[in-house]
Design a protein around this ligand. Structure first.
Ligand SMILES: NC(=O)c1ccc[n+]([C@@H]2O[C@H](COP(=O)([O-])OP(=O)(O)OC[C@H]3O[C@@H](n4cnc5c(N)ncnc54)[C@H](OP(=O)(O)O)[C@@H]3O)[C@@H](O)[C@H]2O)c1
Length: 254
C-alpha cells in the first residue's frame, strides 16, 4: 500500500508561518489545485505572507493561530475540525526551535541549562506527541495517510561525531523516538499511516541563519527543501513507516 500525494484532499502544515513550513504550504497549493491546505502559525508578525495568502486563496487555504505548547488549543482545533466530518491525509509538522532571544545552541557543557533544555524539548519533542494525540482522530481509517515531522540529522545518535548543541540534538533524538512509538501504535490500530521524521537538508531560514556561513553541507532555499520533502514522502510504501528519512533519499541511522 502506497501513500500517493495526488490522492490527498486535505493537507495540514504545522508551523506554516515562515521558513520551510511556508514553502511547503505554497508547494502543496501549486501542485494540487483541487486540494485544500490547512496551516497553523503562532507569531503574527512573522507570518504575514501566509496570512495574506489565506485572504487571496480563501477556499483553498485555511489558517489557524495556535500556540502549540498549549494543549487545550490543540484539543479545541481538533474537535472543531472533526465536527466538520473531514479527514486529513497528510500532516507535516515544521515547528522547531534552535535559538531564541534568550539562548543559543550550547557549544559545551558549560552552557547547558534547565530552562533551555525544557523549552527546546517542549517545542521540538512534546508538541509532536500532543499533535498526534489530538489529531489522530482526523486521519482516514480506510485510505493511506502520512504523519511527517521535520527532524534533523543532528538528532541521529549514530551520526554524532561533532558534539555540542546539547538540547537541540537531544530534543530531536527524543522526537525520533516519539515518532517510532507513534508508528508502532498506529500500526497496532491498523491505520495505514506513514509515520516518519525527515531531515530537510540545510536550509536558509531564520532557524539556520546564524550558523550557515561556513557550513560544509549543501545549502538549500526553503522552496527547494519543500520540493525535496514532498518528493520523499510521495509514493512511499506504508510499510516504510518508522524510517528516519532524508531529503536526498538516504535512510539516516537512528
Ligand atoms: N533550516 C535548516 O537548516 C534545518 C535543518 C534541519 C532541520 N530543520 C528543522 O526544520 C523545521 C523548520 O525549521 P525552519 O528552518 O523552517 O525554521 P523557522 O523558519 O525558524 O521555522 C520554525 C517554526 O517553528 C515555530 N516555532 C519556533 N519557536 C516556537 C515556539 N517556542 N513555540 C511554537 N512554535 C515555535 C515557528 O513559528 P512562529 O515563528 O510562528 O512561532 C516556525 O513555524 C524545524 O523543526 C527545524 O528543526 C531545519
Amino acid at each position: 500500500m502506497k501513500f500517493e500525494l495526488y490522492k490527498g484532499k486535505h493537507f495540514f502544515i504545522w508551523g506554516g508561518g515562515h521558513g520551510i513550513g511556508l514553502a511547503l504550504v505554497k508547494e502543496l497549493l501549486a501542485r494540487f489545485p483541487e486540494a485544500k491546505v490547512f496551516s497553523s502559525y503562532r507569531d503574527e508578525q512573522r507570518s504575514k505572507e501566509l496570512i495574506d495568502l489565506s485572504y487571496s486563496l480563501k477556499d483553498r487555504l485555511e489558517i489557524f493561530r495556535i500556540d502549540p505548547v498549549n494543549e487545550s488549543e490543540l484539543f479545541d482545533l481538533a474537535v472543531d475540525l472533526k465536527s466538520l466530518h473531514m479527514e486529513i491525509d497528510l500532516f507535516i509538522n515544521c515547528i522547531g526551535l534552535l535559538h531564541n532571544e534568550e539562548f543559543q545552541p550550547e557549544k559545551s557543557l558549560r552552557s547547558v541549562s534547565m530552562d533551555q533544555f525544557m523549552e527546546t524539548f517542549k517545542v521540538n519533542s512534546v508538541v509532536t506527541a500532543l499533535i498526534a494525540k489530538h489529531f489522530e482522530r482526523l486521519l482516514p481509517s480506510k485510505t493511506p495517510s502520512a504523519f511527517i515531522v521535520l527532524s534533523a540529522r543532528v538528532g541521529s545518535i549514530g551520526d554524532n561525531k561533532m558534539g555540542g548543541w546539547y538540547s537541540y540534538r537531544a530534543s530531536k533524538a527524543a522526537l525520533n523516538m516519539i515518532l517510532q512509538n507513534i508508528a508502532v501504535e498506529f500500526k497496532r490500530k491498523r491505520l495505514q499511516c506513514l509515520v516518519a521524521p525527515i531531515h530537510p537538508g540545510t536550509t536558509k531560514t531564520d532557524l539556520s541563519a546564524p550558523f550557515i556561513e561556513n557550513t560544509k553541507y549543501r545549502l538549500h532555499e526553503a522552496e527547494e527543501s519543500a520540493f525535496n520533502i514532498l518528493n520523499q514522502i510521495d509514493n512511499r510504501s506504508i510499510e516504510e513507516t518508522g524510517s528516519f528519512l532524508s531529503w536526498d533519499g538516504e535512510n539516516i541511522a537512528w
